[in-house]
Every structure is written in C-alpha cells, then in structure tokens.
Ligand binder design. Structure first.
Ligand code: 5GP
Length: 219
C-alpha cells in the first residue's frame, strides 16, 4: 500500500546513481554492492560491445540494435538513452518487481536516462556523483586507456554538459575517495528509509484501528 507520494515503508528504494562520464559511477556502485549484499543491482541492456572481462547478464545484457529496438517497441525499458553512439536502457519489469518485493535497487546510469526515470519515479532517490575537481574528471576520462582519441574528446564535451544537470538531483556526493563516497551514499539510503512519508499511510491506518470508538469503554 502506498501513500500519495508513492512511498511506503514496505516498498524498496529506487536509487539512481548518476553523474558525468568518468566520475567513477561504476566503481562506486560496485563497492556499494560489495558492502550491501541486499542492495539489488539493475543490469542494463546495451548495444555496446563487451569490454574484456565483461559478461552477458552480469555487467550488461548485450543486445544487437535489432534486439534493442524490439525492447523499445515492447515498452520493456523504463528508460533508454543513446550515449556516445551506443544505446543503453533499464529493463522495466525487474525494477518494478524488486521495488514491490520491498527491496532496494540501484541504477547506475548516465544523466539523460536518470532524468527520464525521475519523470516516471519522482519518489526515487537521485544521487549525482561529482568529481573532486574538473581537472580530475578530465584525467579520469583520458586515463581509462580503452577508448580512441575521438571517443575521449566526445566523452569530455558530453561530461561538461552533464555537470549542468546537477540541479535536478536530490543529493550530490563528491567522489574524492571511493570509501567516503560509499559512506555518504549509505547515509543517504538510511535517511531515505527514515523519511516520514514512508510511514504516514501505514501508521495512520494502524492508529485508526487503535482509536477507541466513540463512547467506547476503553478510556
Ligand atoms: P559504459 O559504456 O562505460 O559501460 O557506460 C557508458 C555510460 O552509460 C555510463 O555513464 C553508464 O552509467 C551509462 N549507462 C549504463 N547503463 C545505462 C542504462 O541502462 N541507461 C542509461 N541511460 N545509461 C546507462
């Protein structure tokens, strides 16, 4: 049962971890998952080719363009975005089922997709990961070593535009150290679980049951 804000003490949290390319979303997300075994991870679909060591169904569901288009047509994606020539999307059913089961789920996605999720799930928890400085961000994008120069240049200009979207988020977390960033996100999750809105509906229902009937003998 949910209240008007779509929050309920029985429903899981939808945590959206986003931020500019190269800020370290993937690393922070992996560490969070390592620390919180009960935090469910939403595996995205993508048309990008697997990088070395990546496994289908674990890192991503690797799809052909044809398969991805079909997922869009079937309305099977909660959101999708084109990013540096490839498509990325969040399978919808898995997210909804996980939340209904009362489990917290984390989406590690780029900013355009995050904004689309916000339209559909305004009650989600939107966390923007910031680089310690812009110089550091450039260093991280350039230093990954797996991309061509033109891809790096493109990623840099995209990253600058992405930084402007911070305004739409609930929280900003500086990724100065992975440990500290994870501590802060864990604190955000704890605070979100304690939000009054999550309790209102159920508690008032319970209170109504407990309130003595008029002229009752319980006083
Ligand atoms: P990469 O190719 O480096 O794995 O990911 C590129 C970007 O796509 C990252 O910023 C990552 O967060 C984002 N991404 C991964 N999965 C999704 C998704 O399902 N939807 C959206 N919108 N972005 C995603």
């Amino acid at each position: 049962m949910t209240n008007e804000l779509g929050k309920s003490m029985n429903r899981g949290l939808l945590i959206v971890l986003s931020g500019p390319s190269g800020v370290g979303k993937g690393t922070v997300c992996s560490e969070l998952r390592r620390r919180h075994a009960d935090l469910v991870y939403s595996v995205s679909a993508t048309t990008r080719k697997p990088r070395e060591g990546e496994r289908d169904g674990v890192n991503y569901f690797f799809k052909s363009h044809e398969e991805f288009r079909q997922m869009i047509a079937d309305d099977a994606l909660l959101e999708y975005a084109e990013y540096v020539g490839n498509f990325y999307g969040t399978p919808r059913d898995f997210v909804e089922r996980t939340l209904d089961e009362g489990k917290d789920i984390i989406l590690e996605i780029e900013v355009q997709g995050a904004l689309k999720v916000k339209e559909k799930f305004p009650e989600g928890v939107f966390v923007f990961l910031l680089p310690p400085s812009l110089g550091e961000l450039k260093q991280r994008i350039t230093g990954r070593g797996t991309e061509t120069q033109s891809t790096i240049d493109h990623r840099l200009s995209v990253a600058v535009e992405e930084m402007n979207l911070l305004y739409h988020y609930d929280y900003a977390v500086v990724n100065d150290r992975i440990d500290s960033a994870c501590d802060r996100i864990a604190a955000i999750m704890t605070a979100e679980h304690c939000k009054r809105e999550r309790f209102l509906h159920e508690l008032f229902e319970e209170l109504k049951q407990m309130t003595p009937v008029e002229n009752g003998s319980e006083r």
